[in-house]
Design a protein around this ligand. Structure first.
Ligand code: ACO
Ligand code: KIV
Length: 498
């Protein structure tokens, strides 16, 4: 048996069934072209009978794409098949995907039918589709809950009728991996003409087992997998392409081949997420933003010593530039030292311990610490050491119905002095208190606050310029508390007055 596993992407059909994920034709063409670059074998482009828009998309995708087979979905209904054939008229390689439910639920409650009648309808649909195209895929909807012996009879009959690929969908995401694998193995062993067709998996994720079930199907003989980018699909989603492909690639011993250029995975994931307006969960395998992010000290130390200590996939393999070391309150000195060195600062020994304590203080208040925060820490560390007047404590009261008041204590050569003042805001009040403390005539000439990175938990960077007897002095500080940063910057400037 060949080791080639065909990748059938149904992002534009099953993925597009997700509420809010509908795309227009131009967007679908963009996704289809990217899927072609990714190297999928089949693109399921839509369900042409469902709407003129979907019909048109299948037509235009057929024109736009060269290499992959373009597939159109139908029910086991003549008109669906005729419309699909018409939509595929420009496809270089076109496939009709027709089928019908085979589980007791579907046969009785959905189709109000019986087993023999369903086999006849399945045969008729496949034969009818073969009048239009050579490549006909048959789906036994809800195969996951279908009786294996009956399913084998259906599969044998539709292969005889001319089906080239047989899809065994776990439509409701019900199967366990062992159960789904056993179903594929049963068909491989009990359908006499099974070698005339390819068995395909189509596993939904209702119990979070879509990827496991798909792999179990492949291990037991399926050679096509139906998958979507980012695992999008009806209800809890479909099997995610990136997970299946990277699982097969990571386990070289399984020896499966696909035509996928895995370096295109991230780009494809981002395109689909953006166009379908469906964010990817941060911890999603392979394509989540945390999939290659290390944020705890022990892991960071391990990754810095050797990436493979904590990574089974080289991020470059899926088109991610590099893994990231995210500095948080759970990071250790190894990660901090590494990040500082990337930024051009070398901290060792006691210096490293000092900045590490200040870093922890910041990280406890801020979820993650960005490079700009580190720059500020590394810079202010030096600034503060040189200063003769140091801020001991600062307390401010402000709000919409109170007079802003600040109490500032400073340490001047070992002695602590305290003053309280009010102002038109907390910074003005604190500056007035500082002016009372230093007993020097200083005039604030310039005052600039900047947020360093993004959120409201950001570090504020403050630059001040003060005038004393006609000469300008500059001060700088950074802190998550902008009033503290302002007072520190003011003191920094004042300390420079001789
Ligand atoms: C498991 C899957 O994901 S299958 C794909 C699901 N995707 C979609 O359904 C999107 C496209 N669907 C549509 O646009 C519409 O449902 C259409 C055009 C296909 C049909 O629309 P309507 O004619 O209004 O039928 P409606 O959707 O209400 O009901 C479906 C009918 O198809 C029948 N049907 C369902 N599946 C099949 C099948 N595989 N083969 C034959 N008939 C089927 C149902 O029994 C029902 O028939 P009934 O009205 O005689 O009871
Ligand atoms: C149409 C079929 C293949 C399907 O989407 C399913 O059974 O989940």
């Amino acid at each position: 048996m060949s080791n080639k596993v065909h990748i059938f992407d149904t992002t534009l059909r099953d993925g597009e069934q997700v509420p809010g994920c509908q795309l227009n034709t131009i967007e679908k063409i963009e996704v289809a072209r990217q899927l072609e670059k990714l190297g999928v074998d089949v693109i399921e482009a839509g369900f042409p009978v469902s709407s003129p828009g979907d019909f048109n998309s299948v037509v235009e995708i057929s024109k736009a794409v060269e290499n992959p087979t373009i597939c159109a979905l139908t029910r086991a209904v003549k008109n669906d098949i005729e419309v699909a054939a018409d939509a595929l008229k420009y496809a270089k390689k076109g496939r009709i995907h027709t089928g019908i439910g085979t589980s007791p639920y579907h046969i009785k409650y959905k189709l109000n039918s019986n087993e023999d009648e369903i086999i006849e309808r399945a045969i008729d649909a496949v034969k009818y589709a073969r009048r239009f195209v050579e490549d006909v895929e048959f789906y036994a909807e809800d195969a996951g809950r279908s009786d294996n012996e009956y399913l084998a009879r259906v599969v044998e009959a539709v292969i005889k009728a001319g089906a080239t690929v047989i899809n065994i969908p776990d439509t409701t995401g019900y199967c366990l991996p062992s159960e789904y694998g056993a179903k594929i193995a049963y068909l491989m062993n009990n359908v006499p003409n099974v070698d005339k067709a390819i068995l395909s998996t189509h596993c939904h994720n209702d119990l979070g087992m879509a990827t496991a079930n798909t792999l179990s199907g492949v291990i037991n003989g399926a050679r096509q997998v139906e998958v979507t980018i980012n695992g999008l699909g009806e209800r809890a989603g479909n099997t995610s392409l990136e997970e299946v492909v990277m699982a097969m690639k990571s386990h070289h011993d399984l020896n499966y081949e696909t035509g996928i250029d895995s370096k295109q995975i991230m780009k494809t994931s981002k395109l689909v997420s953006t166009l379908m307006r469906m964010p990817v969960q941060a911890n999603k395998a392979i394509v989540g933003r945390n999939a290659f992010a290390h944020s705890s000290g022990i892991h960071q130390d391990g990754v810095l010593k050797n990436r493979e200590n904590y990574e089974i996939i080289d991020p470059a393999e899926v088109g991610v530039k590099e893994s990231s070391i995210v500095l948080t309150a759970r990071s250790g000195r190894a990660a901090l030292k590494h990040r500082l060195s990337v930024l051009g600062y070398n901290f060792d020994g006691e210096d490293l311990n000092d900045i590490y304590q200040r870093f922890l203080d910041l990280a406890d208040r801020k979820k993650d610490v960005a490079d700009e925060d580190l720059e500020a820490l590394a810079g202010t560390e030096r600034v503060k050491e040189d200063r003769s007047i140091k801020l001991e404590t600062l307390q401010v009261v402000s709000g919409s119905s109170t007079i802003p008041t600040a109490t500032v204590s400073v340490n001047f050569n070992g002695d602590v002095f305290t003053e309280t003042a009010s102002g038109n805001g907390p910074i003005d009040a604190a500056f007035t208190a500082v002016k009372k403390l230093v007993k020097r005539k200083v005039h604030l000439e310039e005052f600039l606050i900047q947020a360093i990175t993004r959120g409201s938990d950001d570090i504020g960077k403050v630059h001040v310029q003060v005038d004393h007897k006609g000469q300008s002095y500059y001060g700088f500080a950074a802190n998550v508390d902008i009033v503290t940063a302002s007072v520190e910057a003011f003191l920094d400037a004042i300390s420079k007055i001789g």
